[in-house]
Design a protein around this ligand. Sequence first.
Ligand SMILES: Cc1cc2nc3c(=O)[nH]c(=O)nc-3n(C[C@H](O)[C@H](O)[C@H](O)COP(=O)(O)O)c2cc1C
Length: 273
Amino acid sequence: MPNILVDKELCNRCNLCASICLMGIIQPSSDTDCPSIPAANEGNCMLCGHCEAFCPKQALVLDYLREEKLSYEEEDSRVAPENLSLYMRKRRSIRHFKPEPVDKDTIGKILEIARYAPSGGNSQTVQWLVIYDTEEVKRIASLTVEWMRSIQGTPHPLSPYVAHIIRGWDLGLDPICCKAPHLVFAHLPYSEFIDDRTDAVIALSHFDMAAPAFGVGACWAGFIRMAFDSYEPLREALALQDKRMIGYGLFFGYPALQIRAVPRRKTLDVVFR
Ligand SMILES: Cc1cc2nc3c(=O)[nH]c(=O)nc-3n(C[C@H](O)[C@H](O)[C@H](O)COP(=O)(O)O)c2cc1C
């Protein structure tokens, strides 16, 4: 486990790092020493990096992927609220796509943003599966329709709703992935005791929000997620490692249509106590 490397010239021994450490493992500075993590505490570091992120002098670095450390000035990173408000509110579920693929470099840039999403206990267990091959996307959509056929007439809660989806598919439409060229799944460890997909959904939300900045549009692939839980052939097609499950997925590509307005939503329902 890493320790912190402190630049003794820069450190003013304010000990903010020690007080901000969620795990309380940083020993504050003494008359002679800068703050440090005692060896006995190293195993308890959750790598959140708050010690270095909040250091007012940028005097310390967590000894972990040091080359990736990114310092910045607040004014360089500020986004005007009105810009952020429009950017976030104009995000739409995209269901009409150009056939051309999104290049892998662009997908990589979106994933690079999404991998900074928060995770419970900073566990960072989310991994990504990109189905890049459009034929494979079609196969996954078709397996999802197969699953829908299999639940018709059963007590499954979706059963009453699948008939029109199947009909659409049989007519050559794609109600599952809307003929998107790609799919992205965030997957995470499966345990029979914990069925918590939150980290994956948060990470995908970051993907969903970042994508439009690259000209890419996405939509949540709810039917595939449902099918994954109970349809073995789909699980086989996605071929995740044992003990990993799909948190959720998005189908995505370059939007074929331009969006020109923000639709209305229910009025804000909030209670302050
Ligand atoms: C958890 C979740 C699952 C969804 N599943 C699907 C889906 O399987 N197919 C689809 O076309 N849209 C799906 N959507 C998109 C919603 O229909 C969409 O978010 C909603 O109609 C609002 O539209 P907007 O995203 O453009 O604001 C899903 C959205 C969420 C959040």
